[in-house]
Write a protein that binds this ligand. Structure first.
Ligand code: ADP
Ligand code: GLC
Length: 509
């Protein structure tokens, strides 16, 4: 039985801002089913402590900041053990784990996540009173990026895997932060943590992890290009032999229209027509005319550039002329929230907008709308299109990342072959989206063909079964490669890292 320390800054249902939490909450149980001994580790945010029925203190670790406790509990509804890194001055803050009440990143994020990483290293090296030592540390996103870097300096360290959920968030900080964190000077190099004179947390994972993965095969290719990697494409090309894309699965229990307690009427492939009462109830909730025939479109997601919200905004006037109804649930950039609110004021009979985070409503939208809009400009994997498919809600997407890997366009050929499960458009202008909606509506008006599409969407297996097995295979491979230290030697011998590429500014974080 392999021992895996699974490190993530968010885990559903303990604390969540996006898909990373969904993955960290559903992949570990799937790995346990495959006989892996998995421990989850995340910071002890107040919501996380509250969400666990009970916790007990398993270790006290002395760090320069003071004493850090490790609390242990269970991931609700599973056997997976969770360790919470408890240092109240850093983590006892309500709300979003990364940003303060002003929606800006906490000023001390580098200190907070560096401490998180250092505790993971202490546990991985068995220098605490915890009796469990991992064979592999599986890190996720920049908040855990220093772990592979710090472990590379240790003798007999466990193997490391770093999974990229989003290259737009790299954890960049000034050189002064590198100094203030007291990181070893040898890590200040373009072959290590330095990125154009800045400290890059994500590089710690990309450079030093034995294996790098990302969450879809297409994104694994995309991030080897300048458009998707923001200056790190050279490094990712260099790591190509140790870089792979494993498609995310979904939590088949939480997202199951047959048993979903949040929705008005439960349904399945055998009873798709019951979707109608979910549509009615959603229209009612948003005060929209209860018309079963008007197409109801929905969006759930972070309101950020990545999600193509600007494309939707450009399209709204034309969409309203068709007419359609549109419901948006999301939070994020203020300018998008305000623009949506303005459209809502103009089209109150056709639009519903909920600004904020609401898990229950997310389920009701997936169940109630006919069409899900996800015109992302980039999408490492995307989970909402998968939830949509499972709920017989057909997605309209752009062919990027995981969207390209999961949505089959309803062309005549694909319809004929019975593989179509949504609509794909390539442009990035409002009218491209309008055209795709119009194309979808031609089929929407043909009830039989629409139902066939819905059934194709609902039949597919979106569970973790296959992908969890791929991770298990990768764990085995990584441990073998780690033993021979092939990966790192290859890196050390190589001085060709192309960091001179044009740098695009990634999102904050
Ligand atoms: P990302 O991780 O880039 O935000 P994903 O599609 O992978 O995108 O996952 C988003 C997850 O977050 C889904 O579970 C989605 O339902 C959820 N989500 C996003 N915004 C909201 C919101 N405002 N309210 C409820 N759930 C949300
Ligand atoms: C990120 C990506 C999203 C992905 C999720 C889980 O937040 O933006 O595409 O589905 O992580 O891997």
């Amino acid at each position: 039985m392999r021992k895996i320390l699974f490190a993530s800054s968010e885990v559903f249902p303990l604390i969540k801002t996006g898909g990373l939490a969904d993955v960290a909450g559903s992949l570990p149980p799937a790995l346990c089913d495959l006989k892996q001994d998995v421990r989850l580790i995340l910071p002890a945010f107040p919501d996380a402590i509250k969400a666990m029925a009970k916790t007990r203190c398993m270790a006290r670790i002395n760090m320069p900041q003071g004493e850090v406790k490790v609390l242990m509990g269970n991931l609700p509804g599973t056997q997976v053990k969770v360790w919470l890194v408890d240092y109240p001055p850093f983590f006892d803050r309500q709300g979003n784990p990364y940003t303060g009440p002003d929606n800006k990143p906490w000023h001390d994020n580098a200190d907070r996540f560096a401490l998180f990483c250092r505790i993971i290293v202490e546990i991985a090296m068995k220098r605490t009173s915890l009796k469990w030592r991992p064979d592999i540390v599986h890190c996720h996103d920049w908040q855990t990026g220093l772990v592979p870097a710090l472990l590379s300096l240790e003798k007999n360290a466990p193997s490391t895997i770093f999974t990229i959920h989003n290259m737009a968030y790299q954890g960049l900080f000034p050189y002064s932060t590198f100094l203030a964190l007291g990181l070893p000077q040898k890590l200040w190099s373009f072959k290590a943590l330095e990125f154009h004179d800045q400290l890059s947390f994500i590089k710690g994972g990309l450079v030093f992890a034995d294996q790098v993965t990302t969450v879809s095969p297409t994104y694994a290719k995309e991030i080897q290009t300048a458009e998707f990697a923001y200056g790190l494409e050279g490094l990712l090309q260099y790591r190509a032999d140790n870089l792979s894309g494993i498609l995310n699965g979904i939590d088949m229990d939480s997202w199951n229209p047959e048993s979903d307690a949040y929705i008005a009427e439960q349904y399945s492939v055998r009873k798709v027509d019951a979707k109608k009462s979910n549509k009615k109830s959603l229209q009612d909730k948003f005060g929209l005319p209860e018309d079963p025939d008007i197409p109801l479109l929905g969006i759930v997601g972070r309101l950020v550039y990545q999600k193509g919200i600007d494309i939707v905004l450009q399209a709204i006037h034309e969409l309203m002329k068709i007419p359609v109804q549109l419901i948006v649930l999301g939070s994020g950039e203020q300018e998008y929230e305000q623009a949506l609110q303005k459209f809502f004021n103009q089209y109150p009979d056709n639009m519903g907008v909920y600004a904020g985070y609401n898990e229950e409503l997310a389920h009701q939208i997936e169940a109630g709308v006919d069409i899900f809009l996800m015109p992302s400009r980039f999408e490492p994997c995307g989970l909402n299109q998968l939830y949509s498919l499972r709920y017989g809600t057909l997605p309209i997407v752009r062919p990027v990342g995981g969207l390209a890997d999961t949505i089959v366009d309803a062309t005549e050929q694909n319809l004929e072959a019975g593989t179509a499960n949504g609509f794909v458009f390539t442009g990035d202008q409002g009218w491209d989206l309008v055209e795709a909606v119009q194309r979808a509506l031609v089929l929407f008006s043909d009830k039989l063909r629409w139902k066939k599409l819905q059934l194709t969407a609902m039949w597919r297996d979106y569970s973790w079964d296959n992908s969890a097995q791929e991770y298990v295979r990768l764990y085995a491979l990584t441990m073998k490669a780690h033993k021979t230290r092939k990966v790192r030697q290859k890196y050390d011998d190589h001085a060709r890292l192309d960091v001179k590429q044009k740098v695009k500014k990634p999102d904050a974080g």
